[in-house]
Ligand binder design. Structure first.
Ligand code: AMP
Ligand code: MG
Length: 360
């Protein structure tokens, strides 16, 4: 693999706004980013979900670089990012159905990815050989400026090493991928902090393949009965490690794995049990503000890490990957993390926490 001297360019956050996309496109850092992307090189940049590792989605050798830099399994397809609805026509084969149109209208630009039948414009390597392609229109003004400036559909998985938690800051990207790409744009922390929700809209009933930044409830509100409501676990999600070709291939990988063995505190009974047991010295508890203060007196002498308020799961989401990375700097023997209610964004948070956890 080619060795790069990775440059990080910080973009003044006061310049990053929806009103400012046109002048952002003139920013020297974006000129540089667009030039690299047009040459088939990799550039990492912030999106509202997590930092992305971008490349020209139509160019085979650029796509190969993504898989190489991340160490990403070849059978895990990429999401293609666009900044303009007109680009959809170039990528999607056939017409979009009604629920797809409603979802696009409600959630784009934003943290929702739709899986559709693909046209030939997108090489098989981008979609890991599938005849479908996942497409998203991000909301982050910097991401939009980059895509517009290149005039290309940009494939961009999370800019972490495969197996590590997704990056929500430029420093996380640098820690994982330094030397493997020429440029990282730093636009400050990602607002949502979790990846996009992936939905398959190829059939009349829409399936959620991966929970993410847009919640199931929000989707249901927009498409009602068009949402496929799974009994028990969703196909594409929990079951996908057992089927040969899961609906969303990426979901079979454990990823988001901290090195620290992580166990879930499913409820308060479990927490109370833990507090009455002899917790080993090199153990930490990751707790919400509410539980940390409720159990304050029993927590003396125990290392507690705060995950934020239960009543603000959006804040927990924004910090969870950073927290997982932080855990690994503490050389703990194990950590326990509180489960939060699985509604709204809580479903996506718990999906990532379960993937990060060690099962006994
Ligand atoms: P990442 O960009 O690393 O957050 O991962 C992208 C996610 O989208 C993975 O879970 C992929 O399996 C999923 N994905 C991408 N393309 C497709 C597709 N054509 N069909 C189903 N899932 C997809
Ligand atoms: Mg990822």
């Amino acid at each position: 693999m080619k060795e790069y001297k990775t440059e990080i360019i910080k973009i003044d956050e006061s310049l990053i706004s929806d009103k400012n996309i046109d002048s952002l496109k003139q920013h020297p850092a974006l000129e540089k980013a667009a030039e690299l992307l047009q040459k088939g090189e990799l550039v990492a940049f912030p999106t509202e979900t997590v930092y992305g590792l971008g490349a020209d989605a139509t160019r085979l050798e650029a796509i190969k670089k993504i898989y190489q830099a991340k160490g990403r399994p070849q059978d895990n397809p990429l999401i293609v990012h666009i900044a303009d609805l007109q680009e959809l026509d170039k990528l999607v084969k056939g017409d979009l159905n009604l629920p797809a149109e409603k979802l696009i209208k409600a959630f784009w630009p934003g943290p929702l990815t739709i899986v559709v039948d693909k046209k030939e414009t997108i090489p098989a390597a981008t979609t890991a050989g599938l005849d479908s392609v996942a497409i998203r229109m991000p909301a982050h003004p910097l991401t939009r400026a980059i895509i517009e400036k290149t005039g290309l559909p940009i494939a961009a998985p999370s800019a972490n090493k495969s197996g590590a938690p997704s990056p929500t800051r430029a420093a996380h990207v640098y820690a994982d991928l330094q030397g493997r790409l020429p440029l990282i744009l730093d636009g400050g922390p990602a607002r949502v902090g979790l990846e996009s929700t992936v939905v398959d809209v190829r059939k009349e009933r829409v399936r959620i393949l991966r929970p993410g930044g847009v919640s199931r409830e929000e989707i249901r509100e927009v498409i009602g009965d068009y949402l496929y409501e799974a009994q028990g676990a969703d196909e594409g999600l929990e079951n996908s490690s057992t089927v040969e070709r899961p609906l969303s291939p990426g979901m079979k990988y454990r990823h988001y794995s901290p090195q620290t063995p992580l166990y879930i505190i499913e409820d308060e009974d479990f927490l109370e049990g833990l507090l009455h047991s002899n917790l080993q010295e090199n153990t930490a508890l990751v707790l919400s503000d509410e539980w940390a203060s409720k159990y304050q007196s029993s927590l003396k002498g125990i290392k507690v890490i705060n995950m934020g308020p239960r009543k603000r799961p959006d804040l927990i989401a924004a910090g969870i990957f950073q927290l997982l990375r932080y855990l690994d700097t503490l050389s703990l023997d194990r950590a326990y993390i509180e489960a939060i209610p699985e509604n709204g964004i809580g479903e996506a948070i718990m999906n990532r926490i379960r993937k990060a956890s060690s099962r006994e």
